[in-house]
Design a protein around this ligand. Structure first.
Ligand code: ARG
Length: 576
């Protein structure tokens, strides 16, 4: 690894030091003194707003404080200019020479300058987690795509990631399924479309239980038998799980998603009584109307039910057992759950009870809003439940039409391969490029747009850069750009350089805030800066030296885009 820190971190360290020297009596806690990237180049490359916050404790005008900080910032090699602006902002402009040298190091680095702060730490990522015997709904799809991006980001940052697919493979619905299966399973349909068949059986069994108390009682009896380990019921249940997993795994393969663990809720079955004992021992649980609850008034949350009046356990009990087991087995720095917004209260309660049980591990619920899908395109008889499989087929089909237009001369097999990458990329990126908590409406036109913030746009940008590099090699055989120093003469080159050097900050921020869209925004911004660069400066016609420097910028841009897209789980075909 070539750099331990991002530019932002390095500048912040310098600012802290300046603050120390300028105001030695000020307690460090009162002052963040950090550098942040500016949105507008005219204000410098980085900005520090500490003077505004320090005005109060220091009882001095912010501009004066900013000037005092500026006077202490001795960093001539890195900083070209430090100016005080507006009410007391400190604007930092970096030296082009320094940027160029740093970019050269980035080009030689496999990690493109991204530090690995997670080294030696584990995060447990609970994502996708669909329910057995049901098709994945939109919520699970978003969880899969967002969770997988968080997985890749954390791994890249050096964390040991334990990706756990916490299948919903236990609970009351299995009594109804077992009973229903015995009465109206269609063996052939179960073989070819197991999930649809199980769903059909479930719906039929459920409906009957609503009008036939004897049926309901029989279903309960099946469930008890299952929970007590009855051989035949266990065998059938295992086959439901296996068939469902086979179908889920097909999707995961297609989406290039891999888990380290697939531990369903059933895995924790034997630990549920242990959780209840622990809660009782610690005096945390109390009886309420025959059930057992944990009061969470201090946290301003509704009571958390941990054991039902029929002494059955529920979703919260399972998640508590899961937290304890994960902490014990993996000692993670954080456990991250990715689900839709409807589970917010559930996780707040589970986290609160976990704290009371003494869990100190960071627990995070990353929730997202549900995505709206175009009317009619994928809805099944269930309304909002969609078949992901069909969505992906449709994406590839539409992408193939695009590829036929853009690359008519490409051999058909390659066209199909490109269409696969573009179609899947479009679907994933449509999801990842939005703030997870915003309400997204998916449209094909936007997802597959060749212009605009879409995967195809970024994938094409990579391919176009590759063809520019090819042209250079054709026209200047034997040229070795890496032996020529990078020069940032034109303003647009400087702009592009700064953006390239901010890649580590974008990766860190996306992981830190659990928001892959921060990386997507960065990549789109970078691709646009590159396109302005490419359109505005001569390239192959530039003088020797300048030309090679520009080829180097191309190479770093392409690698940054590819690396960033890879972190989002999106492939970048060499040629499009
Ligand atoms: N199976 C659940 C559902 O479909 C999601 C599970 C999320 N993870 C967890 N540990 N609760 O809603």
């Amino acid at each position: 690894m070539f750099k331990q820190h991002t530019i932002e971190q390095e500048l912040s360290a310098g600012l802290q030091q300046a603050r120390q020297q300028a105001f030695p009596d000020l307690a460090p806690v009162e002052d963040a003194a950090t550098a942040v990237a500016t949105g507008d180049e005219r204000h410098g490359d980085y900005q520090c707003n500490a003077a505004l916050a320090l005005a109060k404790p220091l009882r001095r005008p912010p501009r004066e404080i900013a000037q005092a900080l500026a006077d202490q910032l001795h960093d001539p090699e890195r900083l070209e200019r430090v100016t005080v602006a507006g009410p007391g902002f400190l604007n930092l402009r970096l030296r082009a020479e320094w940027l160029a040298r740093r970019l050269e190091l980035v080009q030689d680095d496999d990690r493109l300058g991204v530090p690995a702060p997670g080294t030696g730490r584990t995060v447990l990522l609970d994502y996708s987690s669909p329910n057995v015997a049901k098709p994945m709904h939109v919520g699970h799809i978003r969880s899969t795509v967002i969770g997988n991006a968080l997985d890749r980001l954390h791994r890249f940052l050096g964390y040991r990631v334990v990706a756990d697919n916490h299948l919903g493979d236990w609970g009351t619905q299995f009594g109804l399924l077992l009973l229903g299966f015995r009465h109206f399973a269609d063996a052939a349909a179960y073989e070819t479309e197991p999930i649809e068949e199980l769903e059909r059986i479930y719906v039929r069994s459920y409906n009957r239980s609503q009008e036939d108390p004897a049926w309901l009682a029989a279903a309960r009896a099946e469930l008890v038998k299952l929970q007590q380990g009855d051989g035949e019921n266990r065998r059938l249940w295992a086959s439901f799980v296996e068939h469902s997993l086979r179908e889920f795994n097909g999707l995961y393969r297609r989406l290039d998603v891999r888990f380290d663990l697939v531990r369903g809720e059933s895995f924790y079955n034997d630990r549920l009584p242990v959780v209840i004992d622990l809660l009782r021992q610690k005096g945390l649980a109390e009886e309420s109307e025959g059930a057992l609850v944990v009061r969470l008034e201090a946290e301003k949350l509704p009571v958390c039910l941990v054991q039902k009046s029929d002494s059955g356990y529920n979703y919260a009990t399972t998640d508590l057992a899961t937290v304890l087991s994960r902490v014990e087995e993996f000692n993670p720095a954080a456990i991250i759950y990715v689900t839709d917004e409807r589970q917010q209260l559930h996780f707040r309660q589970v986290f609160a009870v976990s704290r009371r049980l003494g869990v100190t591990t960071r627990l995070e619920h990353v929730w997202f809003g549900l995505m709206r899908l175009p009317e009619g395109t994928f809805s099944t008889r269930q309304g909002n439940v969609i078949k992901l499989e069909r969505l992906l087929d449709e994406a590839e089909r539409r992408a193939l039409e695009v590829v036929h237009q853009t690359s008519p001369a490409m051999p058909p097999a390659q066209q199909r391969e490109v269409a696969r990458a573009v179609g899947l990329g479009a679907v994933k990126y449509a999801d990842l490029s939005q703030h997870p908590q915003s309400l997204v409406t998916f449209t094909w036109d936007k997802a597959l747009a060749l212009e605009g913030n879409s995967a195809p746009y970024l994938q094409y940008a990579c391919a176009r850069i590759a063809s520019v590099q090819d042209k250079y090699r054709e026209q200047f055989p034997g040229g070795e750009p890496r032996t020529v120093p990078i020069r940032l003469g034109a303003p647009i080159e400087r702009t592009l350089a700064i953006k390239l050097l901010r890649f580590p900050e974008a990766v860190l921020r996306a992981a830190e805030h659990y928001r892959p869209n921060l990386l997507a925004d960065y990549l789109f911004d970078l691709a646009q800066a590159y396109s302005t660069f490419y359109q505005n400066v001569p390239f192959l016609k530039a003088e020797t030296g300048v030309r090679e420097s520009r080829v180097r910028l191309c190479d770093i841009t392409a690698r940054t885009l590819r690396c960033g897209l890879h972190l989002l789980g999106i492939e970048t075909p060499e040629r499009i």
